[in-house]
Ligand binder design. Structure first.
Ligand SMILES: Nc1ncnc2c1ncn2[C@@H]1O[C@H](COP(=O)(O)OP(=O)(O)OP(=O)(O)O)[C@@H](O)[C@H]1O
Length: 296
């Protein structure tokens, strides 16, 4: 997998604005496949127990995904359980290596919570300091942003207590606040926004929108259709590791909820028919674009 940081040209441009060889493109993934090797437990027929040492098998988690994301886009990844959303997100973030395919990004993606490995014996404030330093901020920048992080996390006086005394929700809120404060060009979030009460959800949604408005790019995995509809400008629907449809939020979410309803009410066979129709339409749109050639 190659990961490309934005490169500087040999000759400086006359303007103060640094040139962007990437234009407004921020991430490009090409033909990503990821297969996990798993060992199946062997059933002991007499004792009805499972033991190690069974056959090896493969789980095909991501199959031939290609996508491009631009600045200002907030991309939602949706799909039923096990469809490959989290695996794809980790590959795009560079924390998991695909079996084949490439991911290139204009800046290092920040998978929420990964850059800031929080330490249980340190206070919230110390964790903010260390987390922001670990994500590449200077000590002066850290000092300037500490209060903003504490405000967004909104965990009251607990910010001065050791992290080991926090509830899991408080930890998730602190992690989220640290990740956003680092102002990453590309942020990736897996479910975390569902943590917390309505007030926190509102504040965190606002913080995300601000980040994207400042030319960031976001990716969000979330099972809540309302969170996806509220935040995402575009949605990618995955099933069995493949893209079914990639497009405008309202359209993809309408098709996806139709598929999920079919699955609940009529079972797999009918749902797969619904999915195939949308997948074929999407493939046809891509073919049409390809045969029309580049626009002007
Ligand atoms: N570390 C792993 N080892 C083996 N198989 C894995 C591993 N992680 C994920 N898988 C499998 O890969 C497939 C995709 O999993 P993934 O977690 O990406 O799906 P998901 O769409 O995020 O699911 P969910 O909505 O349930 O969180 C599933 O079949 C899952 O069982």
């Amino acid at each position: 997998m190659s990961r490309t940081a934005e490169s500087q040209p040999d000759t400086p441009e006359p303007s103060d604005t640094p040139p962007r060889p990437w234009g407004d493109l921020s991430l490009l993934a090409t033909d990503i496949h990821l297969t996990y090797q798993v060992r199946m437990a062997k059933e002991n027929q007499t004792r009805r127990l499972f033991s190690r040492g069974g056959d090896r098998s493969e789980v095909y988690a991501v199959r031939g995904v290609s996508l491009a994301a631009r600045q200002g886009e907030f991309v939602g990844l949706v799909g039923r359980n096990g469809s490959g959303k989290s695996t794809l997100l980790r590959v795009l973030a560079g924390v998991e290596t695909p079996t084949s395919g490439t991911v290139q990004a204009s800046s290092k993606p920040q998978l929420m919570g990964v850059g800031a490995a929080l330490m249980p014996h340190l206070t919230g404030i110390d964790n903010i300091r260390i987390g922001l330093l670990a994500m590449g901020l200077t000590p002066a920048e850290v000092q300037e942003r500490i209060s903003r992080v504490a405000e967004l996390a909104d965990i009251g006086d607990s910010i001065r207590r050791p992290m080991r005394t926090y509830s899991s929700g408080m930890r998730a809120r602190l992690r989220f606040a640290i990740s956003v404060a680092a102002d990453p060009g590309i942020i990736m979030i897996d479910e975390a926004l569902s943590t917390g009460d309505d007030a926190f959800r509102e504040r965190s949604n606002e913080a995300m929108k601000d980040l994207i408005a400042r030319s960031g790019t976001g990716f969000l995995v979330n099972h809540s259709a309302s969170a996806i509809r509220e935040l995402c400008t575009r949605v990618i629907w995955l099933d069995q590791g493949e893209i079914v449809e990639d497009g405008e939020t309202d359209q993809v979410m309408t098709h996806y909820s139709y598929f999920m309803n079919a699955l609940r009410r009529h079972g797999e066979e009918t749902a797969v028919e619904v999915k195939s129709r949308h997948q074929q339409d999407f493939a046809q749109r891509i073919d049409d674009i390809r045969s029309a050639g580049p626009g002007r």
